[in-house]
Write a protein that binds this ligand. Structure first.
Ligand SMILES: [Zn+2]
Length: 616
């Protein structure tokens, strides 16, 4: 999150018209239509992350989340909290980004509600998550009614005046995007009609606010970080078919980014990564809704450049939140790499690009980022999350604290940590692509399957259903087409033989990351020199990792001597299949120097190495 230092008062160093319309392809904020595929997680570390994130979200009461909205609407006063817990960090009453968490929370809760309804579609009583979300939506409606213009926010509309006048203010459209997206998700995923009413009136307000502005004024406004408000307004248009909503979205098309992409120039650096990425999501929406081929060309070029020239091994991007020159990752192994919001946005982009054009490279990226960044982002005790994935040797994950952080990445985690099911199997064309081998139940066109790390098994098949066309991913190779008359009990093998592979830094052949199958293996370096409870620091941006000299560069040693040490490990089975189950315990190896290696998700509370010194 790009932050204006002068305006941030939290202690931590936060930096932070359409005449004829083509047919609509999609609804929802960032989501392609599910096309009837339903995926429910079965027990695995991914499902555990969802549970913890749900716990985190349910700990926030509707009154906490909507308090500053009520104050802004004149329905409450700052001095009279009526016992409501005031949120701190970026949600504190003095912080200009306040309100963003409420939007992320609505989206995350929509994911949870959607998943729970998938698991038990016959359930008649409302879920606690539905009741909490409905209360938040209703409070927002009351606030919107009180203001009377359609505007609804935890800060006054004068912030919009300031951003248009290019006066100092911390990203008001960014925050409004989260709220609008949350409302749309509540409507599309959780069926909350009142959320659509609030979103529609908000869209009307946005159009009324933006349409009188000159192109020069809009250009001034776009200097400020505005998140995915353009994407959300286009998604709103997909539902309402009100051309004013599409027109309001156009105000956020940024020629300083799009023109360079039209010229196929990699001019990402030194732009702010997470300001840039939502512009790609909005642009792709333009293709999805209006068949703008230039937009698809831009986004595809961007996506491929990002993956091939800007990505770290964990599927993350950015150093201190900014793009850097292509192929210079080795010069950027710092403690502030890989802002989590950026990976969250890249995954959304990847999922939608995959639906349009199911390429193996896109699915491989999804696996890389889901397994090695998003799963690893959350702490396995209380669900605290990281802002950055630090690639510096000797660094460690810094987690948020419960009520005094509310960073952007705390918010986007509410969505990404509850969204794993969306990435497991995706429909494209007339086929279903099975992409991630995460334990789950998949239902599609009359067939129900159970997916594990190693098998896809038919559980039920409707009579007279025609054989489904499945494409099963073979990681980093391609797809295996499977068309057969499935009967319950039929199964096929899936997954890959787990072998080591190294990824060398493009600008430093003496350092490389090590993968085993889908897992990026980090080395556990212990806690030497770490200050007490260092991993709970709020100062994520300027945190001093105090890395001891001898932990700043770690040798992998002889790769042939990296061996599994899992206690109940069956060596014969490993030799035969090269597959290791992660369900109950992580894959654990050790190198010849005694350094223990694990997937990044299982390295918590201690220093790590991700890029090893290799060779002589
Ligand atoms: Zn963030």
């Amino acid at each position: 999150m790009k932050t204006n230092r002068l305006l941030c008062r939290v202690k931590c160093a936060v930096w932070i018209c359409v005449a004829t319309l083509p047919p609509l392809l999609a609804a929802g904020t960032g989501e392609v239509p599910s096309g009837g595929v339903s995926v429910s997680l079965m027990p695995s570390p991914f499902a555990e992350n969802v549970k913890r994130e749900r716990m985190v979200m349910m700990s926030l009461e509707p009154d906490n989340l909507t308090w500053m909205f009520r104050v802004t609407a004149g329905l409450d006063s700052l001095s009279n909290t009526n016992g409501v817990l005031r949120l701190g960090g970026w949600e504190a009453p003095s912080v200009e980004l306040r309100g963003h968490t409420c939007g992320h929370w609505l989206s995350g809760m929509a994911n949870v509600i959607h998943a729970r309804r998938n698991e038990a579609p016959q359930r008649l009583v409302s879920l606690p998550e539905e009741r909490a979300a409905a209360e938040v939506v209703h409070q927002l409606r009351l606030c919107q009614d009180a203001i009377g213009t359609g505007y609804v926010s935890a800060f006054p509309e004068s912030f919009i005046d300031r951003v248009i006048a290019r006066k100092r203010v911390w990203a008001p459209w960014y925050t409004l995007h989260k709220i609008l997206a949350g409302l749309i998700d509540q409507y599309t995923l959780a069926g909350n009609e009142e959320a659509l009413l609030v979103a529609r009136r908000f869209g009307d307000w946005a159009y009324a606010r933006l349409s009188p502005l000159s192109e020069n004024e809009l250009a001034q406004m776009r200097h400020n970080e505005f998140g995915g408000i353009g994407e959300a307004l286009r998604s709103l248009y997909a539902i309402t078919k009100d051309p004013r909503h599409a027109k309001a979205a156009d105000a956020f098309d940024d020629p300083t980014v799009l023109d360079a992409l039209d010229r196929r120039e990699d001019a990402f650096a030194p732009k702010h990564c997470n300001t840039y990425l939502p512009k790609m999501l909005a642009d792709l929406r333009k293709y999805e809704l209006f068949h703008d081929d230039k937009a698809l060309g831009r986004v595809t070029y961007f996506f491929d450049r990002a993956l091939n020239h800007h990505m770290y091994a964990a599927g993350c991007f950015s150093d201190k939140e900014h793009w850097f020159r292509p192929d210079t990752q080795g010069a950027h192994l710092t403690g502030v790499t890989g802002e989590s919001c950026c990976t969250y946005n890249m995954l959304k982009l990847a999922r939608r690009l995959f639906a349009l054009n199911p390429r193996i490279e896109t699915a491989d990226y999804i696996e890389r980022a889901i397994y090695n960044h998003i799963l690893a982002q959350q702490e396995p005790m209380e669900g605290r999350i990281t802002y950055f994935m630090p690639m510096m040797t000797g660094s460690y994950k810094l987690r948020n604290r419960a009520n005094d952080a509310f960073w952007c990445c705390v918010g986007s985690a509410m969505e990404s940590q509850t969204g794993f099911a969306d990435y497991i199997a995706q429909e494209s064309g007339n086929a279903l692509y099975v992409n991630l081998f995460i334990p789950s139940r998949i239902t599609w066109r009359g067939f129900s399957f159970e997916l594990s790390e190693t098998t896809l098994k038919c559980v039920s098949a409707a009579a007279n259903a025609s054989p489904p066309v499945l494409y099963v991913r073979e990681p980093r190779k391609g797809y295996r087409k499977v068309v057969r008359a499935w009967k319950p009990g039929d199964e096929i093998g899936v997954g890959e033989k787990w072998t080591f592979r190294m990824e060398t830094l493009p600008d430093d052949s003496s350092h490389a990351a090590l993968f085993c199958g889908p897992w990026l293996l980090g080395g556990c370096l212990g806690t030497e020199g770490m200050r007490r409870d260092a991993t709970r620091s709020l100062n994520y941006y300027e945190h001093d990792y105090t890395v001891p000299e001898h932990l700043r560069d770690i040798s992998l040693g002889d790769l042939a001597k990296v061996v599994p040490i899992k206690e109940d490990f069956d060596k014969r089975e490993y030799a035969k299949e090269r597959k290791l189950a992660y369900l109950n315990a992580p894959v654990v190896f050790q190198n010849e120097n005694g350094v223990v290696l694990k997937p990044l998700a299982w390295i918590n509370g201690e220093r790590w190495v991700v890029y090893w010194r290799v060779g002589q």
